[in-house]
Design a protein around this ligand. Structure first.
Ligand code: NDP
Length: 376
């Protein structure tokens, strides 16, 4: 029998509403319970409301449009330093004045019941401040990658969300994309035998010299933090185990432009099973964008692996393909379902922290002239 999609969406929204009520019910007395049941009832039949913090390129070109395609999520508020941007978004997405915030008034979001999730789209080193403030305001958090620029700051984010009883997820959109899911299936189910080697690389040519991605204070690092993290993620989710050792090298063709951050990095991860992953990232040239796995009886790969679209898959037997999806919409819908069911997101804060720990070790190995660094 065919499922009625509108019925299943109504079912989801009902669960979502009561999911919230149930979460809070545990803390109150009888009066509190009745109030919370009434509050949950008000949440019925509405989508999960997202507040976007930082209205830059990703927010404008990807996340706003993705929210219009999402099944379970919608735009509820925006936060920006620029009053003109706020007005433009208000007009475009029909947001009322009381759903527009500056960074200074952001904490008032605690009183906005239309906002369930704060989505952080700021330069990397601002992620922890706004995650902590969002958690204090009683909101769940979806935070863009990289989670933050240091292990300590990531740990602070996890702690703040845990203490507030709120979920924290990181913007690892590829973990929801069908071609990547197929790569994970081929690897984990050992369809061609155990995977022995992985090659993962992502990079592009970073034009211009005046932007936060070149400033250590805001970016924390260069190509590695920005896009190398996709290659690192890819290696880890194909391996299905955690690396135990890393060695890394850096090259710089333009030491002036890249005086504060890395331009190109090449690193090798060793895994407990003996699997080796060779990874690379760059800001020097366009087109570095591949995820490949070699197993005992064959190989499988994605080209255009980590872009917003255009993934091309093939095994040694021939191509595979899936319909194009909006990576951001499917990731946000997955998060909404996690909130409705209480299930922890597979791209939780802990997952983001693991990557930042490995990135720290990669930088350490570079400092040591390419010596191996052990990962605990
Ligand atoms: P942009 O530079 O385009 O936008 C960042 C926004 O942050 C700015 O427009 C501004 O918004 C706000 N901001 C606040 N303080 C500063 C500051 N000091 N300098 C610069 N901007 C500031 O960046 P992106 O949108 O490309 O990236 C945002 C985040 O998303 C990053 O963490 C990045 O790594 C991640 N990202 C993830 C992608 C993915 O595929 N998952 C792809 C691209 C980026 P306002 O004017 O509204 O205050």
């Amino acid at each position: 029998m065919k499922e009625d999609p509108s019925a299943s969406r109504r079912g989801f929204l009902r669960n979502f509403g009561f999911g919230f009520g149930g979460g809070v019910l545990r803390v109150g007395g009888m009066l509190g319970k009745l109030e919370k049941i009434a509050e949950a009832a008000q949440n019925l039949d509405r989508k999960v409301g997202f507040a976007l913090v930082g209205l830059g390129s990703l927010a404008t070109n990807q996340i706003g449009p993705a929210l219009l395609k999402s099944k379970y999520c919608s735009l509820a508020a925006v936060v920006s330093s620029d009053p003109q941007k706020l007005q433009r978004w208000s007009t475009q997405y029909k947001l009322p004045e009381n759903c527009l915030y500056s960074y200074e008034t952001f904490d008032q979001i605690a009183y906005n019941s239309a906002v369930d999730v704060v989505y952080i789209l700021l330069p990397n080193s601002m992620h922890s401040e706004f995650t902590v403030r969002a958690a204090h305001a009683g909101k769940h958090v979806l935070c863009e990658k990289p989670m933050e620029v240091s292990v300590e700051k990531c740990e602070r984010m996890i702690e703040a969300c845990q203490s507030a009883g709120k979920q924290l997820a990181i913007g690892y959109r590829c973990q929801f994309e069908p071609h990547h899911l197929e790569m994970i299936r081929l690897a984990r189910q050992q369809v061609y035998g155990p995977v022995r080697l992985i090659e993962a690389s992502f990079g592009f040519r970073l034009e211009g010299a005046e932007q936060w991605r070149l400033k250590r204070e805001l970016a924390g690092g260069g190509a590695l933090m920005d896009v190398g993290i996709y290659a690192l993620q890819g290696a880890r989710y194909l391996a299905g185990e955690e690396p135990i050792e890393v060695t890394a090298h850096e090259t710089k063709s333009d030491p002036e432009k890249f005086s504060e951050v890395d331009e190109s990095i090449f690193w090798t991860l060793k895994f407990p099973s003996g699997l080796i992953a060779n990874c690379a990232t760059t800001y020097l040239v366009p087109g570095m964008n591949r995820l490949w796995a070699g197993a005992d009886q064959g190989s499988f790969e994605l080209t255009s692996a980590f872009g917003y679209d255009g993934q091309k898959g093939q095994t040694h037997k021939g191509p595979f393909s899936f319909p194009a999806t909006d990576h951001f919409a499917v990731q946000m819908d997955d998060f909404a379902q996690c909130l409705a069911t209480g299930k922890k997101s597979k791209v939780s804060g802990e997952e983001g922290l693991r990557d930042v720990k490995i990135i720290t070790a990669i930088y350490e190995s570079i400092k040591l002239g390419g010596q191996p660094v052990q990962l605990s």
